[in-house]
Design a binder for this molecule. Structure first.
Ligand code: ADP
Ligand code: MG
Length: 325
């Protein structure tokens, strides 16, 4: 199978929204009048972002999901995407699974593949996603204000817990492992929530590297600090009951580490003024995505953690950084 047969067979589909899709030198896309284009790229590298043994359908899902998550964080509606692929070989079974997982998620979000590039090389997947958002309505990292409430969507830390099981540092009962593993391998981009939060949230980001790091981007861009209630945060770990010490007791330190610094969650972290609490809950209900208020934005820079009694926790948590150390 040659390069162009491969593209025709696995990636060429009729387009409905774009003027021109796969097959020419460029794709053509007509932006809706009054809308701004939201554009983002995310690359997945074997061994770095996924294990070589991962189910290709799950990988296809994840490659697009991490990109849709960036649109969600901006409150943008998905339109189309480009797929740049380096493949070691034209493995038909792998391509069939990968494209199936990819298009299942694409179709669920009405996001169509309009082009890309295909080359031979070490497995590497790069997607560029295009979305649209009404002018001036994109959710940015820079809008948080002192006094705002701090929220996250869904649950946090379970993807990291699954990674620890793969690394052999933790064990989980099978059902809990499968649930955590699905969080790691098939994250759910919070697109509907991002759309519902337009005009409600003051700032937003998606959590890819870990809450501490991604919230840190909001704090820096907004020139503010924040305080997180660790007792609320720890409850965000869905498989909390299984994170135990050798004695069988709950391992609160590990649970907090997974929630605050785990990464690969693809939830949203966002801020909104206290006057918007009802509007935030209404947005969450409309999107069918639970949200939790985990703290507040403060004028003093930096991130503070407090325990249930309001005492400061001084332990440090660092999110994932490819070039750290
Ligand atoms: P060019 O030579 O102009 O770079 P290519 O020969 O790389 O174009 O690609 C031919 C067509 O196939 C283009 O429309 C391109 O966007 C599309 N394409 C290539 N690889 C992919 C892919 N993995 N998924 C979707 N479209 C692709
Ligand atoms: Mg090319």
């Amino acid at each position: 199978m040659g390069e162009f047969d491969l593209i025709d067979r696995f990636f060429k589909r009729p387009v409905t929204r774009a003027t021109l899709g796969v097959g020419d030198d460029c794709a053509l896309l007509m932006p809706t009048p009054g809308m701004q284009l939201a554009v983002s790229s995310d690359m997945l590298v074997e061994g770095r972002h996924f294990l070589s043994t991962v189910d290709p359908a799950r990988l296809g899902h994840k490659a697009l999901a991490v990109n849709l998550s960036d649109l969600a964080a901006c409150g943008a509606k998905p339109l189309a995407f480009m797929l740049a692929l380096a493949l070691p070989r034209a493995d038909e079974a792998w391509l069939e699974g990968f494209s199936r997982g990819l298009f299942a998620l694409a179709d669920a979000h009405g996001c169509e593949l309009i082009g890309g590039d295909t080359t031979q090389g070490p497995l590497n997947l790069c997607i560029t996603v295009l979305g649209e958002v009404p002018r001036e309505q994109a959710l940015l990292r820079s809008g948080a204000r002192a006094g705002d409430d701090l929220y996250v969507s869904g649950t946090l830390g379970d993807a990291r817990l699954a990674l620890e099981v793969f690394r052999g540092t933790r064990a989980l009962p099978l059902a809990a492992f499968e649930a955590a593993r699905a969080r790691m391998e098939q994250p759910t981009p919070r697109v509907a929530l991002g759309l519902a939060l337009r005009g409600v949230a003051t700032a937003a980001a998606d959590i890819s590297d870990g809450l501490v790091g991604d919230l840190g981007h909001i704090l820096k861009a907004s020139g503010v600090g924040a305080c997180i209630d660790s007792a609320i945060a720890i409850d965000l770990l869905a498989s909390k009951a299984h994170v135990t010490l050798a004695s069988g007791q709950f391992d609160a330190e590990a649970a907090l580490e997974y929630v605050l610094a785990g990464g690969d969650d693809y939830e949203l972290v966002f801020t909104a003024p206290p006057a918007a609490r009802d509007a935030v809950q209404a947005a969450a209900a409309r999107a069918g995505t639970p949200v939790s208020r985990i703290g507040r934005i403060e004028a003093a820079p930096g991130l503070r953690l407090v325990d249930a009694a309001g005492q400061a926790i001084t332990r440090r948590f660092a999110s994932f950084d490819h070039f750290a150390g």
